[in-house]
Write a protein that binds this ligand. Structure first.
Ligand code: MG
Length: 538
């Protein structure tokens, strides 16, 4: 039998620099991360996705890399990484590392050598134009914060292409030597114990920019990466960040021969629309329209991540509804398309809605990904620029610096101060002690999800109910079957569910509380406002 571990995993995403400072210099590091590894093991997740930890000037949260074969000195050494990787493996935790290969930092030696000498072998690593390209202000990733995608370099006497910030020149995927470098980077980290790679900005990675002709898409490169992984370490995976239209999914999955896991951006946006409108329809129609995935492919489901909540695939009217519900003030919004807030803040710290959102996300077809701090209901700081409000330091205790660092000086990254979301109110130690905390509730959800392989592996159908606020999902796999029922509305209801096999008994396995009513398949199911219930069908 195939053991595709990623189909039934729960992934936890974190940034080493903001997680735990082990040496007291005010910056999180691998020593601190290793010390806190039991927190992740306790939560029950079985895969960690580490945001970039490579040497970097730090102008884009580490996504501007100067050396792909090393650890940033402020975070530790390769030795510290290997020690961490070993400790993770002892606890059954796999590692996925972030791979920002669409671009490098302008400080990367490759770019420095290229701009200094057009005859250097590194010239072709980047995308140049000797004449000023047309439409240099089109296709900006950070509108309002980025002026163009071509910038003139005085030293090279040419324009270079940068899909992201000016300090991040794009690598030229059309250059065979660049593709070879990428394989070498993969091979290097596989040897140090990682089980996969998150491909940052995947659509742009495979876009070959040619200044005088239309861009060419090298989607087959994903298949080449997959083949490389298969030969080197058969159970390692590719997790792609690609917020693309449904018509493009197959370029990524390649009928099961390319990307293993694709972030479900489309479902994520419709999940928040459904929460905002308190109706199941947006999620239901989005789920119904998803293609059947090939056996080796999987969705990665999430609520929030380290970026803005991107609503770019909703209509103007839909987006406005989500803004009105969860980000009514201008400073909560970003790039004209998204929301720069943490989950708990968007949901007004309403425990019922936070649970509903998590339970929904964990029951969508795919593999759940949890963003660090959301397991506690951590808050954000809107005083910080762009995407930084959701990237504050982890809150371990109510001690100095929230237990994040023993430093008596300034922390490199921001820590939430006082108030509803400060470490005095929200921290790991307090929540570990409290059996009713969000952390302990989420532990149970993680455990429940892992004992429901039907959701990760099974076929999804969407039975109708007579209540428009209720989303009903049914999963069937290897003769087993379960249904999950979520009430998006604050009003209590008793939906009747159609299309359930007659006379079968539903057994409660998880819910927002213990319901006294015995739900039979032919009876109405009792559901609180924002309530949720998971059942096995006997
Ligand atoms: Mg440190």
């Amino acid at each position: 039998m195939l053991d595709l571990w990623y189909k039934n995993a729960v992934i936890y995403s974190l940034n080493v620099a903001t997680y735990k400072d082990g040496n007291g210099d005010g910056i999180g590091d691998f020593k601190g991360l290793t010390e806190q590894i039991d927190h992740m093991a306790q939560l029950g997740v079985n895969c960690l996705w580490l945001l970039p930890f490579y040497p970097s000037p730090g102008l884009d949260h580490g996504y501007d890399v100067t050396d792909y074969y090393n650890v940033a000195p402020s975070l530790g050494t390769l030795g510290d990484f290997v020690e961490f990787s070993h400790q993770a493996r002892l606890r059954g935790l796999r590692l996925i590392v972030d791979l920002p290969i669409n671009h490098t930092s302008e400080q990367h030696p490759w770019f420095q050598q290229a701009r200094a000498d057009p005859t250097s072998p590194y010239w072709d690593y980047y995308v140049w134009s000797k004449t000023e390209p047309e439409s240099s202000t089109a296709d900006l990733v950070f509108p309002g914060f980025q002026l163009s995608v071509w910038t003139y370099d005085l030293s090279a006497q040419a324009w270079y292409y940068h899909r992201f910030y000016q300090h991040q020149p794009d690598l030229n995927i059309g250059c065979p030597a660049v593709r070879d470098e990428i394989f070498k980077i993969l091979g290097f980290w596989l040897e140090l114990g990682v089980s996969g790679f998150r491909i940052d900005a995947a659509p742009f990675v495979v876009e070959e920019i040619r200044p005088d002709r239309p861009a060419k898409h090298r989607y087959e490169f994903f298949g080449e990466l997959r083949d490389f992984l298969s030969w080197r370490k058969g159970d390692s995976v590719l997790l792609a960040e690609a917020n693309v239209a449904p018509g493009e999914f197959d370029h990524y999955f390649g009928n099961g021969s390319r990307i293993h896991l694709l972030f479900a951006f489309l479902l994520n946006q419709h999940l928040f629309l459904a929460l905002a409108r308190e109706t199941a329809e947006p999620l239901r129609s989005c789920l119904a329209a998803l293609p059947q995935l090939p056996q080796f492919a999987q969705w990665a489901q999430f609520l929030r991540n380290h970026d803005e909540l991107d609503l770019g695939r909703l209509t103007r009217e839909e987006r406005d509804d989500v803004y009105a519900a969860f980000a009514p003030r201008r400073e909560m919004q970003l790039y004209g398309r998204g929301i720069r807030r943490r989950l708990a803040c968007m949901l007004n710290n309403d425990r019922r809605r936070i649970e509903l959102a998590f339970s929904l996300m964990f029951s969508l077809p795919g593999t759940p990904v949890v963003y660090y701090g959301d397991e506690l209901g951590m808050g954000d700081d809107l005083m910080l620029p762009e995407r930084w409000p959701v990237r504050t330091c982890m809150q371990w205790s109510d001690d100095k610096n929230g237990g994040f660092s023993a430093s008596s000086g300034r922390l490199l990254h921001h820590m939430i101060g006082d108030g509803e979301y400060g470490p005095a109110k929200v921290n790991v130690i307090a929540q570990q002690r409290d059996p009713d905390s969000l952390f302990n509730w989420l532990r149970r959800l993680v455990e429940m999800r892992q004992s429901c392989p039907e959701i990760g592996w099974g076929a999804l159908t969407l039975p109708e109910s007579d209540c428009p606020a209720v989303l009903v999902q049914r999963f069937t796999w290897e003769g087993k079957s379960m249904i999950t029922v979520h009430n998006l509305s604050q009003a209590q209801c008793n939906p009747r569910i159609n299309d359930l096999p007659g006379g079968r008994r539903l057994t409660d396995v998880f819910g927002n509380r213990i319901y006294a009513s015995k739900a039979e398949s032919d009876a109405a199911i009792e559901l609180d406002g924002f309530g949720y219930r998971w059942f096995r069908i006997d």
